[in-house]
Write a protein that binds this ligand. Structure first.
Ligand code: SAM
Length: 283
C-alpha cells in the first residue's frame, strides 16, 4: 500500500486504534514525491547505515531501506511498533529502537549496528524538539557524515544561516562550528497530514573533519555565543554582560580590544570573531 495515501493512513489508524499525537509532533508525509527527495538530498546509497528519528508509520523509512544498506529508526511512541510491523513487513534491513532519541546512546548504537560503514542521519523531525535533537547529534561528536532533516522553514533558515550574516543565531553558530549546512528544498503545509501551520524545509549538514575554529575552552565559547544572542535586538556587549554576569564596561573594553565596534550586534560576528572575543574577555 502507498503510505502517502490518506485513505491508507486512515485505514491503518483505525485498524490499530491509533490517533496521531500533536504532543509527539506527528505530521506524516502525504506528498508522494517527498520521501525520494529527502533521500536524494541526503546522498545516501547502498554503502550507508542510516539513523532515522521518528519513523511514524514508515513512509520515509521504506524509501531509506530501499536505498541504504541498513536503517535503524528511533521512535518514542509506544503505540507505533505494531503498525510498523505491518508497514515494514518483509524489509529485512530495518530495525526499530523504541526510545526517546534524546536518551539513546548513539555512539554505542553506531558501533554496534554500523561497524565499518559510512553513517548518515535522515529524518522528518518532530518539530517541537528540533534544536535539542540537532544539538545532540552534532555535540556528541558522532562518527556520522551528515544530517539531512526536514524541519520548520524558520528553523531551517537558522540551521542554514552563515554566522556573521543577518539571519544567524546561536544555533547557526553551533551548526557551523561542527558542519557546513545547506537548505535543500521546501515543502508546503499540504504535504503533511495533518497539515502543520507553517512551511517546512529540508536542511543538509555535512560534518566537518575538524571544527571550523580552534578554541581552547569549547564550553566557554558556546556559553559566550549563547549569551551574545540571549537578548533579541540588544548589542552584543549588553547581552554578553547580562548573560554572563560581567560588568558592562569590561565587556565593551574587550569588544573594542578585539577590534570590533562597541555597539556591534551578535549577528555580525563570525565564528572567528567570537573566538577573538573570547580571548579578549579572558585577558
Ligand atoms: N517519518 C514520519 C513521516 O515523515 O511521515 C513521521 C515524522 S513526524 C514529523 C515525527 C516522528 O517523530 C513521529 O513519529 C513521532 O512519534 C516521533 N518522535 C517524537 N518525539 C520523539 C522522540 N523524542 N524520540 C524519537 N521519536 C520521536
Amino acid at each position: 500500500p502507498e503510505l502517502t495515501d490518506i485513505s491508507v493512513i486512515r485505514t491503518l489508524c483505525e485498524k490499530y486504534d491509533f490517533a496521531l499525537s500533536k504532543g509527539f509532533g506527528q505530521n506524516f508525509i502525504i506528498n508522494p514525491g517527498i520521501p525520494t527527495k529527502i533521500v536524494d538530498a541526503s546522498g545516501v546509497d547502498k554503502r550507508y547505515g542510516v539513523i532515522e528519528i521518528g519513523p511514524g508509520i514508515g513512509v520515509l523509512t521504506r524509501e531509506l531501506a530501499k536505498r541504504a544498506a541498513k536503517v535503524v529508526s528511533i521512535e518514542v511512541d509506544e503505540r507505533l511498533p505494531p503498525l510498523l510491523a505491518e508497514t515494514m513487513a518483509g524489509v529485512d534491513n530495518f530495525k526499530l529502537v523504541l526510545q526517546d532519541v534524546l536518551k539513546v546512546d548513539l555512539k554505542a548504537l553506531i558501533a554496534e549496528e554500523f561497524p565499518g560503514m559510512p553513517v548518515a542521519v535522515c529524518a522528518n523531525l518532530p518539530y517541537y524538539i528540533t534544536s535539542p535533537i540537532v544539538m545532540k547529534l552534532l555535540g556528541d561528536r558522532l562518527p556520522i557524515e551528515s544530517l539531512t532533516v526536514m524541519v520548520q522553514k524558520e528553523a531551517a533558515d537558522r540551521l542554514a544561516a552563515v554566522p556573521g550574516t543577518r539571519a544567524s543565531s546561536a544555533i547557526s553558530c553551533a551548526v557551523n562550528y561542527y558542519a557546513t549546512s545547506k537548505l535543500m528544498f521546501t515543502a508546503a503545509p499540504g504535504s503533511f497530514y495533518p497539515a502543520p501551520k507553517v512551511t517546512s524545509a529540508v536542511v543538509r549538514m555535512d560534518i566537518r573533519p575538524t571544527p571550523a575554529v580552534q578554541v581552547e575552552d569549547e564550553a566557554g565559547y558556546f556559553a559566550l555565543i549563547r549569551a551574545a544572542f540571549g537578548q533579541r535586538r540588544k548589542t552584543a556587549a549588553n547581552a554578553i554582560a547580562s548573560g554572563l554576569g560581567l560588568p558592562k564596561d569590561a565587556v565593551t573594553a574587550a569588544i573594542e580590544a578585539a577590534g570590533f565596534d562597541a555597539r556591534i550586534r551578535p549577528e555580525a560576528l563570525t565564528l572567528e570573531d567570537f573566538a577573538k572575543l573570547q580571548q579578549a574577555l579572558a585577558r
